[in-house]
Design a protein around this ligand. Structure first.
Ligand code: HEM
Length: 420
C-alpha cells in the first residue's frame, strides 16, 4: 500500500473539517506548511475549491461559541485572493489579519505599533536563525549565505531596539548600549524575550500572516518588512488624526508631541530599508513575477498618513497615487481635515498659543525631513532591486518614485522658508 502524499493528507483533513470542524480545529499548520512549500500562486485548483468550500462553511454554519472573531474567514480570504481574482497589496501582505482600528491616544497607538513590530521582526529573527543553524524552514529556496543572514538579523534588531525599550520589561535591552551603538543587542536574546510574551492567538497570527506567492527564502523578509512599515503607517495615521482633534479641542498643545512622535517613529523605521536591502535582487526578480497587481502604491495606511498632513494637490489625487486607494481618495474629497489646515486655522483664530504653534511647526519640519529621507531611500532601493523595470502597481517604476520626491507633506512650511 502506498503512503498518502502530503497533499492528499491535507485534503482529507480539510474534508474532515468541513464535516464537523470548529474555528479552533481548522488545520492551519498543515495548510500553511503546504502553502509555503509550493507558493500561493501555485496552489492546486482542487485544493482551492476545497478551501472555498471551507470558507463557505464559515459563513453559513455558526461554528461554535468560540467562533466570535471571524479570523478563519478572513484568513481564507487571504489564501483565496488569487482564486477570487481580487489579489492586491492588502491581501498579499495579509493586512486584514494584522490591522486594528487606529483610534485613540497616540501613546496607546504607539504601544500597539511597537508590540506588533516586535512580534513581526522577532519572528523574522527566529526564521533566519533556523536557516543559519542549517535547518531552514520553508520557503527555503535560494537561501542567502550565512554572512547575509547574520547581517539581516542585526538590522532587524536595530529596528526592534527602540520599541523594545518602550514596551518590553526593563533590563531586556540596555538603553546605554543602544544609545552608544545601535543594533548590538543579541538577536536571539531579544527574539526569545518577545517570544516569551506571545499569546496563542498571536502565534496563530504570525503564522497565518506569512503567505508567500513562491518558494524563495527572501520573500519571508519582504513580507515582514512590508508588514512592519504598515504597522508604522497605521500608527502615524492614528497619531496625526489625534493631533487634528487636539488642535480643535481643549488642549491644542497636545498636538505637537503627537506629530513629533510620528517623526521619531518614522525615523526609527528607516533601517527597515537597509534590512530589505539584504534581499537578493535575483530572488526578488523571480518571485515578483507572481506579485503583479500588488504594489504598496495601494497602501491605505501610507496615503492616509500623507493626506492627514495636508490636502494633496488635485493632480496627485487624480494620479495612480490616489486612484489606487479609492477609499482614502474619497475621504480626502469629502473634506478630510489635516494637520496643516487645522493648525493654520487655529493659529489665525488666536486659539493656539505662540509656543504651541512653534512646537507644531518644529515637529512638522522634522516629519517633513524624515519623510524626504524615506522617499530617497525607497527610491535608491527600487533602483537596486528593479532597475528599469515597470512597477507592479502599473506605474513606470523608478521614474514615478523619482518624481514624487519633489512633493511635500507640509507645503506651507516650504512657502514660509522661501518667504523668509
Ligand atoms: C524591493 C523593494 C521595493 C521596490 C522595488 C519598490 C518599488 C516601488 C515602485 C516601482 C513603486 C511605484 C508604484 C508601482 O508601480 O508599483 C512603489 C511605490 C510605493 N512603495 Fe515601494 N518598493 C519597494 C519597497 C517598499 C517598501 C518596503 C515599502 C513600505 C511599505 C514601500 C512603499 C511604497 C509606497 C507607499 C509606494 C507609493 C508611493 C507614492 O504613491 O507616492 N515600498 N514602490
Amino acid at each position: 500500500m502506498s503512503t498518502p502524499t502530503r497533499e492528499a493528507t491535507l485534503d482529507d483533513e480539510l474534508a474532515q473539517w468541513c464535516r464537523n470542524g470548529t474555528e479552533r480545529t481548522f488545520p492551519y499548520p498543515a495548510l500553511l506548511a503546504h502553502l509555503r512549500t509550493v507558493g500561493k500562486h501555485f496552489l492546486d485548483p482542487a485544493l482551492l475549491e476545497r478551501l472555498a468550500a471551507c470558507r463557505a462553511r464559515t459563513r453559513t454554519v455558526r461554528l461554535t461559541a468560540e467562533d466570535g472573531t471571524g479570523f478563519l474567514s478572513r484568513f481564507l480570504d487571504v489564501v483565496l485572493d488569487k482564486y477570487d481574482d481580487r489579489y492586491d497589496y492588502p491581501s498579499y501582505t495579509a493586512l486584514e489579519l494584522l490591522r486594528r482600528p487606529p483610534s485613540g491616544d497616540w501613546r496607546k497607538l504607539r504601544h500597539r505599533r511597537d508590540r506588533l513590530v516586535l512580534l513581526l521582526l522577532g519572528d523574522l529573527v527566529d526564521f533566519e536563525r533556523k536557516a543559519l543553524e542549517g535547518h531552514p524552514e520553508d520557503p527555503a529556496e535560494m537561501l542567502p549565505d550565512a554572512r547575509v543572514l547574520d547581517k539581516r538579523r542585526r538590522l532587524a534588531v536595530r529596528v526592534m531596539e527602540p520599541p523594545a525599550l518602550r514596551v518590553l520589561a526593563p533590563g531586556t535591552v540596555d538603553p546605554g548600549a543602544v544609545a552608544a551603538t545601535p543594533g548590538r543587542t543579541c538577536p536571539d536574546a531579544l527574539a526569545d524575550a518577545v517570544r516569551s510574551t506571545l499569546t496563542g492567538d498571536e502565534r496563530l497570527l504570525l503564522s497565518a500572516s506569512i503567505q508567500p506567492v513562491y518558494v524563495l527564502h527572501d520573500e519571508y523578509l519582504f513580507l515582514r518588512v512590508l508588514q512592519s512599515f504598515e504597522a508604522t503607517f497605521t500608527f502615524m495615521s492614528g497619531a496625526l488624526a489625534f493631533a487634528v482633534r487636539q488642535l480643535h479641542g481643549e488642549e491644542p498643545g497636545e498636538a505637537a508631541p503627537a506629530v513629533a512622535a510620528v517623526a521619531d517613529v518614522l525615523k526609527e523605521s528607516l533601517p527597515l530599508f537597509s534590512l530589505l536591502a539584504t534581499m537578493q535582487p535575483e530572488s526578488f526578480r523571480i518571485f515578483r513575477q507572481f506579485t503583479d497587481g500588488a504594489s504598496a502604491i495601494q497602501s491605505e495606511g501610507y496615503k492616509t498618513f500623507e493626506s492627514l498632513c495636508s490636502t494633496p494637490l488635485r493632480a496627485r489625487l487624480d494620479s495612480a497615487a490616489f486612484t489606487s486607494v479609492p477609499r482614502v481618495r474619497a475621504a480626502v474629497l469629502d473634506g478630510r481635515e489635516t494637520v496643516q489646515g487645522t493648525w493654520q486655522d487655529v493659529a489665525a483664530s488666536g486659539w493656539l498659543k505662540e509656543a504651541d504653534a512653534t512646537a507644531v511647526r518644529a515637529a512638522a519640519t522634522q516629519l517633513e525631513s524624515v519623510h524626504q529621507r524615506w522617499k530617497q531611500t525607497h527610491y535608491r532601493l527600487a533602483v537596486r532591486m528593479i532597475g528599469e523595470r515597470t512597477g507592479t502597481g502599473s506605474t513606470d517604476g523608478v521614474p514615478y518614485l523619482e518624481a514624487v520626491i519633489a512633493n511635500r507633506l507640509f507645503p506651507s512650511l516650504v512657502r514660509e522658508t522661501t518667504a523668509a
